[in-house]
Design a binder for this molecule. Structure first.
Ligand SMILES: NC(=O)NCCC[C@H](N)C(=O)O
Length: 253
């Protein structure tokens, strides 16, 4: 079964210089990161996604976190404008990739700032984290760009992105880690026991991508009737990355 296209972007050899905001910097093993990225891509292929590489951006240390550069909603791609100015050059390569896929392209314009990691879609609702990378102006712009969606702003606490704190399961429930975000706006919240456990990517059917650093949550998902697809992304976690941020899924419509 082919679920659609998964955009990924190979790590820059400058990955270790990536931004860290809420955690201590630790040493990144670039060779291990490359192997983990290959395994991540293979996991997507194995779950029925056609993996396409966005042209690498060697001069951008954080470019592997391709999710932050674009929001894909149906046949539309909204190019992001990061609240971290050093990440803005990453968008050009993503623009070429989403145009090649045939998506209709718009963009967040100045003074709006938005990272794709702040956007969580569930049904017709688009939750947008308001924090260090995404501002109210971008949320306003998204409402105009996605008139058929309900756009809900969510104030963030001490966390990089909305999807660092909450993600959605295919059954309509939300996984969260306590204290990072006001969960009152989300229906059917499940609190997990480990921080990386609140980062999941539904891959189609009952498969759910989750990091190896969240074994208790992987067991919970299995117990709830999902099939966890486990990937080790330790080198990306050292830069505040999680399973969501290493790809952009473009489901077949
Ligand atoms: N969506 C994501 O979770 N992105 C992770 C981005 C990590 C990167 N070091 C950054 O601070 O921008």
């Amino acid at each position: 079964m082919n679920h659609g296209i998964a955009l990924v972007r190979r790590p820059s050899s400058r990955l270790a210089e990536g931004l860290v905001t809420h955690i201590e910097r630790s040493t990144v093993d670039i060779e291990l990161a490359r192997r983990q990225h290959d395994a991540y891509s293979a996991a997507l292929e194995g779950a029925g996604w056609t993996v396409r590489d966005v042209v690498p951006a060697e001069h951008c240390p954080d470019s592997v976190f391709v999710e932050d550069t674009v929001l894909v909603c149906g046949n539309r791609a909204v190019l992001a404008r990061s609240g971290a100015p050093q990440r803005r050059p990453e968008v050009a390569g993503t623009e070429s990739a989403v145009r090649a896929v045939g998506l209709d392209v718009t963009r967040i314009e100045t003074p709006g700032t938005l990272d794709g990691g702040d956007v969580l879609q569930a049904g017709d609702t688009v939750y947008v984290g308001r924090g260090g990378r995404t501002n109210g102006e971008a949320i306003r712009q998204l409402r105009r760009l996605l008139p058929d969606r309900r756009v809900v702003g969510v104030p963030l606490g001490r966390v990089l992105h909305l999807k660092s704190a909450v993600t959605a399961l295919p059954d309509g429930t939300f996984l969260t880690w306590p204290g990072l975000v006001d969960t009152a706006v989300f229906p059917a919240v499940r609190t997990v026991d480990e921080e990386p456990g609140c980062h999941v990517v539904p891959l189609g059917g009952d498969r759910v991508l989750i990091a190896a650093s969240a074994p208790k949550t992987a067991a919970l998902l299995d117990d709830l009737g999902f099939t966890p697809v486990v990937v080790d992304i330790s080198e990306f976690e050292k830069l505040e990355g999680c399973v969501t941020c290493l790809s952009v899924l473009v489901p077949q419509v």
